[in-house]
Every structure is written in C-alpha cells, then in structure tokens.
Ligand binder design. Structure first.
Ligand code: APR
Length: 311
C-alpha cells in the first residue's frame, strides 16, 4: 500500500512542501484547499505531476476542494491560513488562523482518524495546540514544524559567516517559534567544534539575533507574504522521518506535560520522530540563562494562547 499524504492549504508553503515531498516519492499526495479557490489545487497538482518526468519521480499528486478525497491519509500537513505581511508579528494572526485551523483539524479527524498532523500555520505553537484540541488526537500525533526551520536558518548564517559547508554545521533552536525563540549556542557546532571556538562572541550574538528575526527578514524582503521554500522543506523532512520511521532527532513543537518544567503547552523541544509521531521528548539539562530564555519564550506563547477565540 502506498502512503497517502494530504497537504491542507495549496498556497505557497503547501505547494512548496508538495514539491519537496513529490521528489522523495514517499506516497501519493493530495492538495486540498477551500472551495473559494476553485480549481487552483487541481492546477498546482497537475503542474507538479508534470514535473515528474523531468525531475524523475513517480509520485501521484491530485488537487481537490473536498476532504472526502483526503480520507485515510497517513500524514496531514496543515499550511492553511493567512501568512503575515511586513509590520506584523506571527502573533497578530491568531484570531483568523485559529478559526481556520479549528475547522481543518476537525475535518481531518473525521476523515483521517489515524493520521499524524504536522502543523505549519502561524502562530505555530498556539495553532498546534488548537489543532491538538480540535482533532482530539493523542499528543504524539499532533506536531508543529518550527525548530527544523529555525535551526536551518542558524546553520545557514553560521556557514556563511565561516565559509564552510552547511553539511558541517549543526544547530539546535528550542522554544516557541517567535522572536523569543532560543538558539542554543552551546549545541551549535561545525564538524563537532563549538562555534564559540571559531568566531568572536559578538558574531555569535549577531547570528543568534538574525536567526530569531529570520522569518521577519524574509517577510520584509517579500512584502506580500512570508517564507515558503524552507518552511515547506522542513515540513517535508518531518513527513519523511515519520513515514520512514527514521527516529530522527529534531527540534519540533511538541505537547509538554511537565517536561522542561512546562505543562499543557506546545513548545519547541528535541524529539524523536518516527512512525508514531513524537515517540520521545529528549530532555537536556539547561543552564540558568537558557532556562530564563525558555521561560520568556513560553510566556510569549501563553500570552498568545490567552487571546485564542473561544471554540
Ligand atoms: N482550509 C483549507 N485551506 C485554507 C483554509 C481552510 N479553512 N483557509 C485558508 N486556506 C488556504 C488559502 O486558500 C491559501 O491557499 O491556505 C492557503 C494559504 O496559502 P498562502 O496564502 O500562500 O500562505 P502561505 O505562505 O502558504 O502560509 C500559510 O504557513 O508559514 C505559515 O505563517 C504562514 O500561517 C501561514 C501559513
């Protein structure tokens, strides 16, 4: 049996994720969007299907406005919602995107009751919590995509700074997917060498700052929306880890029930990703400074959660 992957929202992130997934031949892909978008998802699916002979993949891709076509998906990537524009924070999207994510999650639960949900819609940690509640799925099957993207941004900036391959650079960014995210400098290394050995402290600080504002930098350049290639690719990496049961260790937004001293919150932490979704949360001992930064990041999520419109 081929795997079935649904992507909800055939916009910029959704279609970019579909392209990365198609190339990996992980399963059939269904792109679904609201009826108001008409045949747009079908058009994008056909375009991606016709890319197959050029790039060399055999993935079946279809587009639809109906959840019936998404039935019994193994993984559902949710990119439905509104992206931010210059001057907006991710948190500004909470009202509109809560309504979207709530409706999407309940339809997924009805049509694909065994799926694993990978959330991409912002504000990420809060929207993942909304999807968790609206779907009624167990916590391991609702996961937010953020840390892979934020880590990739940090890896890129370190590689550019030092003139080395991105393959050599490892980075871990924890906490919420907002400007209070916590790039853990201690765990950032180049071929195992801590970056603090390779560049002065002020350059490390500049990279941390650029990573935190990485999404906003792109919003300001694009002006019409937010980043989509890297967010789409990061979600695709999570789907691959799940479907191949890779036990991949990555920072993801996961439901915490006491881990890292936090309860009843979705928060970016290192997890083991496999066929059951979040199979384990890895807890590492943090310094007092790191704990303070994580607490600040959690406070920002809590304040966003406090303005989520009632169901
Ligand atoms: N069901 C399905 N799709 C929906 C729904 C819904 N209820 N509401 C909106 N959509 C669709 C829109 O029709 C649109 O095609 O979601 C798509 C969003 O696409 P874009 O506007 O291109 O936005 P994108 O850049 O893809 O960002 C989507 O991901 O990274 C986050 O912050 C970003 O929250 C934003 C989301």
């Amino acid at each position: 049996m081929r795997n079935k992957i649904t992507i909800v929202g055939a916009g910029m992130v959704g279609s970019s994720c579909a392209a990365w997934l198609a190339e990996r031949e992980l399963g059939d892909i269904v792109l679904v969007d609201i009826p108001e978008t008409g045949d747009m998802p079908k058009g994008k699916a056909l375009d991606l299907l016709q890319t197959g002979p050029v790039v060399g993949y055999d993935t079946r891709i279809t587009g639809t406005n109906s959840y019936a076509d998404t039935a019994n998906s193994d993984v559902v990537v949710v990119t439905a919602g509104v992206p931010r524009k210059p001057g907006m924070t991710r948190e500004d999207l909470v009202g509109i995107n809560t309504r979207v994510v709530r409706s999407v999650a309940s339809q997924i639960a009805a049509t694909s009751p065994n799926a694993i949900i990978v959330l991409v819609t912002n504000p990420l940690d809060t929207m993942t919590y909304v999807a968790f509640k609206a779907s009624g799925f167990p916590k391991n099957r609702v996961i937010g995509q953020a840390g892979i993207l934020d880590g990739a941004r940090m890896r890129t900036f370190v590689a550019l700074e030092l003139g080395v391959s991105i393959e050599n650079v490892q980075a871990f960014v924890l906490g919420g997917h907002g400007d209070e995210m916590v790039p853990l400098v201690r765990f950032c290394n180049v071929a195992g060498i801590p970056i603090s050995e390779l560049m002065p402290a002020d350059r490390v600080a500049a990279i941390v700052d650029r990573t935190r504002k990485g999404g906003g930098e792109i919003v300001n350049l694009l002006k019409t929306g937010s980043a989509y290639y890297a967010p789409g690719a990061a979600a695709a990496e999570m789907v691959e880890a799940i479907l191949k049961d890779k036990k991949l260790v990555r920072p993801c937004s996961a439901y915490l029930d006491g881990e890292y001293g936090l309860k009843d919150i979705y928060f970016g932490v290192p997890v083991v990703l496999g066929r059951d979704g979040v199979e384990k949360i890895i807890e590492v001992a943090l310094t007092d400074d790191e704990k303070t930064m994580l607490q600040k990041s959690a406070d920002l999520i809590r304040s966003t959660m406090s303005v989520v419109p009632p169901a």
